[in-house]
Design a protein around this ligand. Structure first.
Ligand code: NAD
Length: 338
């Protein structure tokens, strides 16, 4: 029997999650919620996805626009096994009592604190911790990126200490609010929350982070140094990453010198929406000197968490015990991988 999934909040992450669920054979999308009758609401209906609204007060605006509404969130919760909360950061936790009352499992996103679920999720690093769980949280795009490359390194070489400087996109491409137009804005609360967020999955890791927001919509770029416990060469590092899922190499020598060219590559590869769900590492930007590794990676903020959400559903619903099997199944269905 296929697992019945609902999505609360049909924005950047919610619509990509819906698309990814449509591609799975062991889960189905029962409905999504939308607060306002936007073009995205129309597109959901056009794709045959039942549209719900958070509460009765939201219905008249949809009626006025002739967009059919299947019910309110409470109705949707009666029909699902699991809800993926994709509302904006801080909003998800306000819905937790409703999910609890309805007795459905729920996945929260990285905009919520770890405490919302008490478990944070990364497919490769700690799939089993969410096995059968009532609540879990898929960590943010940046945290997912850091864990994808650091966890395998730690397993093979041991990581003594990490420093990461995060050069963050100012806003998502479809977002017309909030980005600095002609400025670089440092996060003044130091060290930034990204280090502790990585520790919600790798509590033993000594990691510190800083971040600046920049006037681009195209990806986050991380500049990372990691002190390794065991000796490694550049080639050893690349070979570890080559053998784990969801890390893709690009090369400046082949003309990919920036996040803009990575996004162009995603479009050239006909990736849906021009998304890149893997973490992108510049293979000619990897250097070990003494015991310290230096590298750059790029994170497609709108999509890297989506395959993790699918795996998290499988773990929480006990659909697949082996994390690697789930990862491979997800990646095949979404056309991502090496
Ligand atoms: P978004 O603003 O693009 O989408 C949020 C959706 O929720 C919108 O459709 C909005 O109308 C709806 N919404 C707002 N308030 C609501 C409410 N009270 N009830 C129901 N729906 C409501 O946001 P997003 O970028 O998709 O982010 C969602 C979550 O994913 C956040 O926790 C965020 O931190 C996390 N996340 C975002 C990114 C990213 O770069 N966009 C990456 C990884 C994780």
């Amino acid at each position: 029997m296929s697992v019945r999934v609902g999505i609360n909040g049909y924005g950047t992450i919610g619509k990509r999650t819906a698309y990814a669920i449509l591609k799975q054979d062991d889960m189905e999308i029962v409905g999504v919620t939308k607060r306002r009758p936007s073009y995205e609401a129309r597109l959901a209906v056009k794709q045959g996805i039942p549209l719900y609204v958070p509460g009765e007060e939201n219905i008249p605006a949809f009626e006025k626009e002739d967009i059919p509404v299947a019910g309110v969130l409470r109705d949707l919760l009666q029909k699902v096994d699991i809800i993926v909360d994709c509302t904006p950061g801080g909003v998800g936790e306000t819905y937790k009592p409703l999910y609890e009352e309805a007795g459905v499992k729920a996945i929260f996103q990285g905009g919520e604190d770890h405490s919302v679920a008490g478990i944070s999720f990364n497919s490769f690093a700690n799939y089993h911790e969410s096995w059968g769980a009532q609540f879990s949280r898929v960590v943010s795009c940046n945290t997912t990126g850091l864990i994808r490359t650091l966890y395998p390194l730690d397993r093979v070489f041991g990581v003594e200490k990490v420093f990461a400087a995060l050069v963050r996109r100012g806003a998502d491409p479809g977002d017309i609010k909030g980005a600095p137009l002609n400025a670089v804005e440092p996060s003044l609360k130091l060290p930034t929350h990204h280090g502790p967020d990585v520790q919600s999955i790798m509590p033993w890791l000594n990691i510190h982070t800083m971040a600046v927001k920049t006037p681009t919509t195209m990806m986050h770029v991380h500049c990372i140094t990691a002190d390794l416990r065991r000796k490694a060469t550049d080639v050893d590092i690349l070979s570890v990453w080559d053998n784990v899922p969801r890390i893709k190499f690009v090369s400046g020598r082949h003309g990919i010198k920036s996040s803009a060219q990575i996004m162009e590559l995603a479009r050239d590869l006909n990736r849906p929406r021009g998304d890149f769900m893997e973490i992108i590492v510049w293979e000619d930007g990897v250097k070990v000197e003494g015991g310290t590794l230096y590298y750059y990676q790029a994170v497609h903020q709108e999509s890297d968490v989506v395959p993790e959400i699918i795996d998290c559903i499988r773990a929480m619903m006990k659909l697949e015990r082996d994390p690697l099997k789930s990862i491979r199944k997800t990646d095949r269905s979404l056309g991502i991988g090496k």
